[in-house]
Ligand binder design. Structure first.
Ligand SMILES: [Zn+2]
Length: 141
């Protein structure tokens, strides 16, 4: 499970690089994780493995988002989200198949709010923070 913080860090770097509207980009790059809200209510990982993390729903989000905002922004934001999430086993072909694709099975170890900032992968978190700080240094100076 990639944290909201990581989606924000990588989203910020991509939005600044491609000179896209940053707040809007961050909203769209985090949008697919809204399915986790249903899991928070039941305190179980279920909807987050398929509801907004499959090809059909991503096309749906892309079409709806593109009606109101730039196709380029919505496409890159959603693409970045799924790229970061691709390692985790999910039903990417739902509703056509319930087969899970990915490498890592997510197991809930912490209360849900922790996953906004930390997913248990200390190396990914530290490396991402270093990359983000270096990016900001090169971008602004
Ligand atoms: Zn996600």
């Amino acid at each position: 499970m990639v944290t909201t913080l990581m989606h924000i860090l990588y989203g910020t770097m991509v939005a600044l690089t491609f000179k896209l509207n940053l707040p809007l980009f961050l909203i769209f790059t985090n949008l697919p994780d809204l399915d986790a809200l249903l899991d928070v209510l039941t305190d179980n990982i279920k909807y987050h493995t398929y509801l907004f993390h499959n090809i059909l729903s991503s096309i749906f989000l892309l079409i709806i988002g593109s009606i109101f905002f730039s196709f380029k922004l919505v496409f890159i934001a959603l693409f970045l989200h799924y790229l970061l999430d691709i390692a985790y086993k999910r039903e990417w072909l739902y509703p056509f198949s319930k087969k899970k694709f990915g490498f890592v099975t997510f197991k809930k170890k912490y209360p849900f709010w922790v996953y906004l900032f930390y997913d248990g992968n200390i190396y990914f978190t530290i490396i991402s923070l270093i990359i983000f700080i270096l990016f900001l240094l090169f971008y602004f100076f």
